[in-house]
Design a protein around this ligand. Structure first.
Ligand code: FAD
Ligand code: 2HG
Ligand code: ZN
Length: 527
């Protein structure tokens, strides 16, 4: 096999807004040795919400080393916590107690890229952005993109079945991951699952069990993934809407009319935009004059469209512009002077019959002028969770709901806080993957964590989601945060089957204990 990148090759960090280490408040570490500081880092999750107490972290370089570690731990009943980039948001990648941390960071080689089939084979510890760079050099890209790309690893992505921003285009990793190498709890290396065929209908598709297993069934050591053709140009458009109903109808129109070029359709509310603009340097309100016009903008829809050939960019731009003008009350905004902007508005207001009859799903829109501008606009959505990192204690919920009902949960949450006069202490933000019916509800409290706040949120959120036939974890997994929530919304029989699967693969329960699979029976219903 061709080794496309050398192990541990140093790369320039390209996504600076995902903090590489959690050192921003490490003054108290002054008297600690390097190893102690590293252990603290490895025991702490990205949000600084979950803290393990492990005294041992191992950094294997090969599958054989992973196998030796697991064989030893299995024989000696030692618990292991697999760790990728440690960007997970549900406390899955840090120990609960003193489990051995098994970090994949040194297994970071891209092993082969097949120009004919587009299949790429790599070790699990390759950082997503570096894998993308390696593929880009061959005109391809990873069929997955998320805000943590500068730090998360492909093995972590597979183990969480990460969804991300482009699922609308590429589908789930369950479709694009073609094979895996996995080391089982007793040290057995399962290499035969590392297949590169697109089609294989022989027996049960066992690799699927490890996708989204959050390290509870085995350690993913290699991944074979079907790369996509890299687009040569992209256009990002942000629409501003006044109601969530219009947001949803706009999404339906986008999917219908821009389908061929659509790569993402996301949304965020005004509270999210405000926090991002107030917190992150360089983030700007895309509609700075909206207030002057007394428009009631509450929501933003971010649409990303791409073309595979640069030559097609102008045609794409014309299509997107046509679409945007046909659904918008007013003309596009842009980085224009106030004078010019007003004159465009006046022209539009004079509109003809067709103008008056259009659906008016959006109030305004802004379309990217070039790649730099596209990035600026896209960051307003992609970086919301980074802005939240600076907003005090944050309670995160990642749920699936029927799209049309999705935002009601955010409104209900705000009402609950208002009823108890707690609304001045918290910010309730709603954003997410509109095209996939995936809401990110985030509640931040500047003054830090508080039991009363948590009691207002849980179990209400989980009950609401279950009642509406949603999912309590759309894409982040269950980790330690939601391990007991598996009972909710799933039949007890289904959970028991999962417990049996876990028991079969890991009879001694050494792999990521206390995560994802609850060990007990369902909680008794509260009276
Ligand atoms: P880790 O956090 O290290 O681990 C996650 C889980 O997988 C843990 O249970 C761990 O034990 C297990 N694990 C890790 N590596 C392995 C392995 N090789 N073998 C077996 N088990 C393993 N998630 C989304 O789905 N969509 C998003 O859009 C998204 N955006 C994000 C944006 C930001 C800024 C941040 C901080 C996070 C975001 N996430 C998102 C969450 C997170 O990035 C993903 O869950 C990601 O897939 C985790 O990868 P990781 O390498 O960091 O895994
Ligand atoms: C995103 O889509 C991530 O930005 C993070 O999944 C969501 O921080 C969150 O709640
Ligand atoms: Zn997400």
């Amino acid at each position: 096999q061709t080794v496309v990148t050398k192990r541990n090759e140093k790369k320039k960090k390209k996504t600076p807004y995902v903090p590489e280490s959690d050192n921003d408040d490490n003054n108290s570490n002054d008297n600690k040795s390097e190893d102690e500081v590293l252990l603290i880092e490895l025991n702490t999750d990205w949000q600084k919400k979950y803290f393990g107490k492990s005294k041992c972290a191992l950094f294997p370089r090969t599958s054989e080393e992973v196998s030796e570690i697991l064989r030893y731990c299995h024989e000696n009943h030692i618990a292991v916590c697999p760790q990728g980039g440690n960007t997970g948001l549900v406390g899955g990648a840090v120990p609960v107690f003193d489990e051995v941390i098994l970090s994949l960071k040194r297994m970071n080689s891209v092993l082969s890229i097949d120009d004919i089939t587009g299949v790429c084979v790599c070790e699990a510890g390759v950082v997503l952005e570096e894998l993308d760079d390696a593929l880009m050099r061959r005109g391809m890209c990873v069929p997955l993109d998320l805000g943590a790309k500068g730090k998360c690893q492909i093995g972590g992505n597979v183990s969480t079945n990460a969804g991300g921003l482009r699922l609308v285009k590429y589908g789930s990793l369950r479709g694009t991951v073609l094979g895996l190498e996995v080391v089982l709890a007793d040290g057995t290396v399962l290499s035969s699952l590392l297949r590169e065929n697109r089609k294989d209908n022989t027996g049960y598709d066992l690799k699927q069990l490890f996708i989204g297993a959050e390290g509870t069934l085995g350690i993913v050591t290699k991944v074979a993934i079907l790369a996509s053709r890299a687009p040569e140009a992209r256009i990002v458009t942000i629409f501003a809407c006044d109601t969530f109903r219009k947001v949803v109808h706009l999404m339906v129109e986008v999917k219908k009319r821009l389908a061929e070029n659509l790569s993402a359709v996301e949304f965020f509310d005004h509270e999210s935009l405000k926090l991002t603009v107030d917190t992150l340097p360089g983030a700007k309100d895309p509609f700075p004059y909206a207030d002057d016009l007394k428009t009631n903008i509450q929501f933003y829809v971010a649409v990303e469209t791409t073309v595979n050939e640069k030559a097609m960019e102008s045609r794409l731009r014309a299509n997107v512009l046509n679409f945007a003008r046909s659904v918008c009350v007013l003309a596009e905004d842009g980085r224009k002077s106030r004078g010019k902007f007003v004159s465009i508005l006046q022209k539009k207001f004079r509109g003809d019959e067709a103008e008056r009859n259009k659906p008016n799903l959006a109030q305004r829109f802004v379309i990217s002028e070039n790649e730099k501008h596209a990035n600026e606009l896209w960051n307003l959505r992609e970086r919301i969770s980074v802005a939240l990192k600076y907003a005090g204690a944050v309670y995160k919920y990642d749920v699936s709901l029927p799209t049309i009902k999705m935002y009601e949960l955010v409104e209900r949450m705000r009402e609950r806080f208002a009823e108890r006069r707690m609304d001045d202490k918290v910010k309730v933000l709603g954003y997410g993957h509109l095209g996939d019916g995936n809401l990110h509800l985030n509640i931040s409290r500047k003054e830090g964590p508080c039991k009363d706040t948590l009691a207002m949120i849980e179990p209400f959120v989980y009950e609401y989601v279950t009642e509406h036939k949603g999912s309590v974890s759309a894409e982040h997994g269950l980790g330690a945060m939601k391990v007991q929530e598996l009972w909710r919304g799933k039949d007890a029989e289904e959970v028991r089957l999962m417990q049996r699967v876990k028991n079969m693969f890991d009879p001694r329960g050494i792999l990521n204990p206390h995560k994802m699979i609850p060990s007990s029976s369902p909680p008794l219903p509260s009276k």
